[in-house]
Design a protein around this ligand. Structure first.
Ligand code: PMP
Length: 420
């Protein structure tokens, strides 16, 4: 690994705000597939995949070729929100590969290229269309770090960074939060004019809370939430920034519940190549934006349009990727169940290729992640107290790579518990 002297420029010049480089203190240089290599030539298996932005692995060769071809012919790189050939192809492919086969009548908005920007756009649109101000969010939610997105995020430390009151939201208990009927409170409060809860513009929900600790909402919960919103004219926003693009199996994570959200946010793996891109999908009638009402200089990342198109064409024209994701998820589940059977105070939860190993003693998760790094595996923690080791491997990972990483993790748990 890299020496401390080589790392000083980051300490001297780069802001203290940097984060992941503290968990993984080496100098990364190249990457391919499920592997990332540092400047000393050491390979690490990547079970974090750019926080879910690299569902097809690092520098996927098919996507790389599409990008190289586009750059080589001087295809437009920066396009504001002008109509371009690359955007035309992407829109046509979204229509033919994603929307049409699922009977979804959405319009597509290109906001600024981050998940937080897509969330901001979704919240603004919901407020504009309904004329209402409040948004209902969920305990342990994470939606991004800009003010609107933070207002619907649960974590107190992250909220504190806003420096201003974060208002016009009402948090509701997420599935599993109370060990009971979590939606009963929302339902009762919405129908009781004395509950103190104003009729909201929208509810924003993640189908699996990634940052919040791999909390999985059951299909029944999502279905009831959708019905509850529809019956009251409240818009349902599914934030699929982390769980969309096949992370849980199907392209849209809400497909397992058979629901059609009013608004969907996508980012992270939508470009397929780790390049910044975000989308907001909205039911056709909700597209009440005035031209330029939500804009941004970097809405036209055309190389990202090209890789996004190639991703949809190559990975989503049939159901094979969703099937292999389910099978690989089952493999992780078996391995994590063995660990939770073997060790006291360890449990597991997840869906598809997002899985959490949950430690009753929160500090153990960080310990396991540190030992795993020493053994050549990148894996992060999440949850309110960072008590969950969260697995987000590329969907294209091979079974052998998956088993290799799982064996490192198993050994790391053993070592964290005092083994050798
Ligand atoms: N929504 C969800 C569900 C997320 O997981 C994230 C990022 N972790 C965001 C929004 C914010 O995305 P970004 O970091 O690109 O702003």
């Amino acid at each position: 690994m890299t020496t401390t002297a080589e790392m000083t420029i980051f300490e001297e010049l780069e802001s203290n705000v940097r984060g992941y480089c503290r968990s993984w203190p080496t100098l990364f240089d190249t990457a391919q597939g499920s592997w990332i290599r540092d400047d000393s030539g050491r390979d690490f298996l990547d079970f974090f995949a750019g926080a879910g932005s690299l569902n097809y692995g690092h520098n996927n060769p098919v996507l790389k070729q599409a990008l190289i071809d586009y750059i080589a012919r001087d295809g437009i790189t920066h396009g504001l929100d002008m109509s371009t050939v690359a955007k035309q192809k992407l829109l046509e492919t979204i229509d033919s590969v994603l929307l049409n086969p699922r009977g979804l009548d959405y319009k597509v908005q290109f906001p600024g290229p981050t998940g937080a920007n897509a969330v901001e756009a979704a919240l603004k649109l919901a407020r504009k269309v309904t004329g209402r101000t409040t948004i209902l969010n969920f305990t342990n939610a994470f939606h991004g770090m800009t003010l609107g997105a933070l207002s619907v995020t649960g974590n107190a430390a992250k909220r504190a960074g806003a420096g201003v009151p974060l208002t016009y939201v009402n948090p509701m208990p997420y599935d599993g939060y109370l060990d009971g009927d979590e939606l009963a409170w929302m339902e009762k409060a919405l129908d009781d004019s004395s509950s103190g809860i104003e009729k909201p513009a929208a509810v924003i929900v993640e189908t699996v809370q990634g940052e919040g600790g791999v909390n999985v909402a059951r299909a029944e919960f999502l279905k009831r939430l959708s019905e509850l919103c529809a019956a009251r004219g409240i818009l349902l926003i599914v934030d699929d920034v982390q769980m969309g693009c096949g992370r849980t199996g199907p392209f849209f994570s809400f497909e397992i519940a058979g629901i059609t959200p009013d608004i969907v946010t996508l980012s992270k793996s939508i470009s397929g190549y780790g390049m910044p891109l975000a989308l907001v999908l909205m039911r056709r009638e909700l597209d009440q934006w005035a031209p330029g009402e939500h804009n941004g200089t970097f809405r036209g990342n055309n190389p990202a349009f090209v890789t996004a198109t190639a991703t949809l064409e190559n990975f989503w024209a049939d159901g094979r990727l969703a099937e292999s994701t389910a099978a690989k998820g089952a493999r992780i589940h078996r391995s994590f169940s063995d660990l939770s059977d073997t060790y006291e105070g360890v449990s597991t939860r997840g869906r598809g290729l997002v899985h959490g190993l949950v430690f009753d003693e929160p500090s153990e998760a960080g310990k396991v992640s540190r030992i795993a790094f020493e053994q050549g595996l990148l894996v992060e923690t999440s949850g309110a107290e960072d008590e969950v080791v969260k697995l987000l491997p590329p969907l294209t990972i091979t079974d052998d790579e998956l088993d290799h990483g799982l064996s490192i993790l198993g050994a790391a748990v053993d070592k964290a518990r005092g083994g050798n």
